[in-house]
Ligand binder design. Structure first.
Ligand SMILES: Cc1cc2nc3c(=O)[nH]c(=O)nc-3n(C[C@H](O)[C@H](O)[C@H](O)COP(=O)(O)O)c2cc1C
Length: 396
C-alpha cells in the first residue's frame, strides 16, 4: 500500500506537506481550516516574548512577475502579533481537535538566556510537537540583534541552541538562513550544540527594485524602502542547494523549503535530503486548496515508480551531487537540430557566435553544427524558442 505517512524524531506525519511559518499560520482558526483541508502540519508564525513589540509596515509585499504569474515575493513583514497565551491556548486547541496533525512552534527571543528559556518553558506546558528556532528572519529583527543576526553567527546560534535544548521537552529544529557564505558552518555549530534537526531555507535577502519614472522604490513605504526577504519559485535553486549542502554534511532530519509550489518540487527536496517539506508563498498566492494536488500528485508519482512511501525518495539523489572538480571532464553533449521544429530564426546561431564558440551556422534556412568548434555548453538548446535543439551525448 502506497502511503504519504512518514516519521522523523518520533514525530508521525500524516503527509510530508507542512505550512511554513508565515501569514498562512498566523491565526489558529486558519490553521484549523488548513488541517481540515488536509495539510500534514503547520509551523506557527514565529512567537516572541510579549515584551517584544511588532510594528508591521504598510505595504509590506512586492512581487516579481513573469507575465501575470508571480515568480517571487519580497516581504518586509515581522513576526506574530499574537501573545504567547494566544498561542499556548491555540496549540492545545489544534492538537486536541487534530491529534494527528503536527504543530511546530517557531520561536525567537532576544539573545538572553532567561528570555529563550522562559518562552520554551511556557510552551513546554502545551501539546506542541517540536520547536523551530527562527535564527533567520532577514529584516526588522537583525537590526535588533536577533533573527538573521543570530543565524549568521555560529557562536550565538550555538549558545541559544544550548539554552533551548537544556529545557525543551520535544525536538528542536533550527531554521537557517541562506544569507551566509557557508550554511554548513552554522549547521555544524547548532548540531554540536545539540539541535535535533535543521530547517532551511528562510527568505533570501533582496531589494525589490525602483520605478524608473519616479526612481521611487517599488515596495514604497511613504517614499522609502528597505531590504526584504525573497521567497517563492525564484528561490527554489537556492533552497535546493542549501538542503543538499546540509544533507551532505549532516544526518539530522531536515525540514526543507524555499520555492515549493508543486509536488514535483517536493520530490526534488526530498531526494536531496529533506525529510518533509514546508510551503509558504505558493499558499499565499493560491490558497490552502493546493494541498489536494500536492498529495494526489505525490501518491501517483510513488505508485508510478512502485515505491511504497517517501522513504524511497529520501536522499536518493544525494550521491549525485559532487564537487565541480569531481565531475567527468570527458563527458560531452552536442546539439542536434530537429528540422521539423526549427523555424530558422537564427537566434541560436547569433547567441553562439556572441557567447564564445561560433559553432552554429545558418545557411539557406538550415542550422548546422561545427562539432570541432562546439564545446557542448547547451546554451543554444535553452534559448531556442521552438525547443528544436536537443543535446545528445556523442561518443568521442
Ligand atoms: C510574508 C512572509 C512572512 C514570513 N514570516 C516568517 C516567520 O514569521 N517566521 C519564519 O521562520 N519564517 C517566515 N517566513 C519565511 C517562510 O517560512 C519560508 O521560510 C520562506 O518564505 C521560503 O519558503 P517559500 O518559498 O515556500 O515561501 C515568512 C515568509 C513570508 C513570505
Amino acid at each position: 500500500m502506497t502511503t504519504l505517512k512518514t516519521k522523523c524524531l518520533g514525530i508521525e506525519f500524516e503527509n510530508p506537506f507542512l505550512l511554513a511559518s508565515a501569514p498562512p499560520t498566523a491565526l489558529v482558526q486558519s490553521i484549523d481550516k488548513a488541517f481540515e483541508m488536509g495539510w500534514g502540519g503547520a509551523v506557527l508564525k514565529t512567537i516572541t516574548p510579549d515584551s517584544l513589540d511588532m510594528y508591521d509596515l504598510s505595504p509590506r509585499y512586492g512581487v516579481q512577475k513573469l507575465g501575470t504569474k508571480i515568480t517571487g515575493l519580497l516581504n518586509i513583514e515581522l513576526l506574530s502579533h499574537k501573545s504567547v497565551k494566544y498561542w499556548c491556548d491555540g496549540i492545545d486547541y489544534l492538537k486536541q481537535k487534530h491529534p494527528k496533525k503536527v504543530v511546530i512552534a517557531s520561536i525567537m527571543a532576544p539573545v538572553e538566556e532567561k528570555k529563550w528559556k522562559d518562552l520554551v518553558e511556557t510552551l513546554n506546558k502545551t501539546s506542541v510537537d517540536a520547536y523551530e528556532l527562527n535564527f533567520s528572519c532577514p529584516h526588522g529583527m537583525p537590526e535588533q540583534g536577533i533573527g538573521m543576526a543570530i543565524g549568521t553567527s555560529p557562536e550565538i546560534s550555538s549558545r541559544i541552541t544550548t539554552w533551548v535544548k537544556q529545557v525543551a521537552r520535544c525536538p528542536v529544529f533550527v531554521k537557517l538562513s541562506p544569507n551566509v557564505t557557508n550554511i554548513v558552518t552554522i549547521s555544524k555549530a547548532v548540531e554540536e550544540a545539540g539541535a535535533d534537526g535543521l530547517a532551511a531555507i528562510n527568505t533570501v535577502q533582496g531589494f525589490m527594485g525602483l520605478d524608473i519614472d519616479t526612481l521611487d522604490p517599488c515596495l514604497n513605504v511613504d517614499g522609502s524602502s528597505t531590504y526584504g526577504g525573497l521567497s517563492g519559485k525564484l528561490v527554489k535553486p537556492i533552497g535546493l542547494r542549501c538542503v543538499s549542502q546540509l544533507r551532505a554534511n549532516s544526518h539530522l532530519p531536515i525540514l526543507g523549503m524555499g520555492g515549493i509550489s508543486t509536488w514535483k518540487d517536493a520530490v526534488e527536496y526530498i531526494a536531496l535530503g529533506a525529510n518533509v517539506v514546508q510551503i509558504c508563498t505558493e499558499v499565499m498566492i493560491s490558497g490552502y486548496g493546493i494541498i489536494d494536488e500536492l498529495k494526489s500528485g505525490l501518491i501517483s508519482y510513488l505508485e508510478s515508480k512502485s515505491w511504497n512511501s517517501i522513504e524511497d525518495i529520501h536522499n536518493r539523489a544525494v550521491s549525485k551531487i559532487k564537487a565541480h572538480e569531481d565531475l567527468n571532464r570527458s563527458y560531452k553533449v552536442y546539439p542536434t537540430i530537429d528540422k521539423s521544429k526549427c523555424i530558422a530564426c537564427g537566434k541560436c546561431q547569433k547567441i553562439c557566435s556572441e557567447s564564445e564558440y561560433e559553432a552554429l551556422s545558418l545557411e539557406n534556412r538550415v542550422i548546422s553544427v561545427d562539432l570541432s568548434k562546439c564545446e557542448g555548453c547547451s546554451l543554444c538548446s535553452h534559448i531556442c524558442p521552438r525547443e528544436a535543439i536537443v543535446m545528445k551525448q556523442v561518443n568521442q
